[in-house]
Design a protein around this ligand. Sequence first.
Ligand code: AMP
Length: 214
Amino acid sequence: MKLILIGPPGSGKGTQANLLAEKQRIPHISTGDILREAVKRQTELGKKAAPIMAAGGLVPDDLMVGIIRERFKDEDARRGFILDGFPRTVVQAEKLDQLLTGNGDSRVSVVNLLVPDEVIVGRIVARLTCPSCGAIYHLENSPPKKDEVCDRCGAKLTARADDTETAVRTRLDAFRRQTAPVVGYYRNKSWLREVDGLGTVQEVFERLEQSLAE
Ligand code: AMP
């Protein structure tokens, strides 16, 4: 399976990608997670990305394409992958096409997760994530079994630095201006599937699997 998950921040992309990757035994490639790790390690990439991410903006395309190019070289990505958070601009989508064609994979599935704006802010401000394994929780809808502790790996959960109301609004704006055209790009290729992202994690997962089976 080669899948691109698109959706606004808080649409549940990361949660659904985690579930599907586990079930299909393929890597979940989240460019946000890769960047957060670089910020934590204070690498050159991390130093460039940190202020942009904190403000809710987009990291430049050339850096992002370089990250994906490197990640695709890893053996585990040959069998398949779920891309979460990439591509976010039409330039990134075009470069991804070139990379995939170069690797002999010209076709991927693309799912757009649909969630209205008014639901998003509420989801994000109540979100907790695991800085160690990437698991995602919601304080009311899917809380961890033990307060602030990751069910999966036991690490202490944190709120993402960009999960503030101000940064969320900028991220939503970036989504509308720069990522919505990516949806059109894949629609024109007839690769796009749309999945309703409202409901419980399990309900959305069932819809996602059903859509991919069609
Ligand atoms: P995410 O975890 O996907 O919400 O990403 C968190 C932040 O990382 C975004 O708000 C951007 O600042 C940055 N980011 C992640 N992926 C990309 C990308 N493909 N292009 C540009 N910036 C990105």
